[in-house]
Each structure stands twice: as C-alpha cells, then as structure tokens.
Design a protein around this ligand. Structure first.
Ligand SMILES: [Zn+2]
Length: 83
C-alpha cells in the first residue's frame, strides 16, 4: 500500500500481465465483463478486463472481481495521465 502523490489517497500497485505497474484503488469491486466495454479494471492477477461495474443487484459469484485504476477516481488524475 502506498499513497497517491496527486491526492494522498491510499493506492495499491498491481503489475499487469503486460508488465506495467498500475495504481489502483485498494477496494475491490464487482465487475460485469463486456467485450468492447469502455471501462478497464485490473484483476489481482494483473489481467486487464473490459466491462463495467456491477449494479448492486448484479453483485455476486457470477461477477468478476477486480480493481478500479486509480486514475479513474483521482481528483489529480491529470498529473499522471498517459505517461
Ligand atoms: Zn490520486
């Protein structure tokens, strides 16, 4: 666990299967995987998943679990966009 240099929030780093380290929010979320989904999530194994967050009534064992990239929620995200 470390702190975001932009906003001071707690973040975790996950190494993706592509070998990049991604900052993510530490709380896992339920994901509905969708081909062509516009949002990206990272599983704890470092896989990048396209899809969307599950609605509350969809949450459960059928969902994937993953992490939201921190730059989606960071109020200072433009500091570390597209390096
Ligand atoms: Zn931040």
């Amino acid at each position: 666990m470390s702190l975001c240099r932009g906003c001071g929030a707690s973040i975790e780093w996950i190494r993706t299967t592509a070998g990049r380290s991604m900052p993510v929010d530490p709380e896992p979320v339920f994901i509905v995987e969708e081909d062509g989904g516009r949002e990206r999530f990272i599983t704890d194994e470092g896989e990048v998943v396209a899809g969307r967050r599950a609605l509350p009534e969809e949450e459960g064992p059928a969902c994937a679990v993953g992490f939201v990239p921190h730059w989606k929620t960071c109020p200072a995200a433009d500091r570390f966009r597209r390096r």
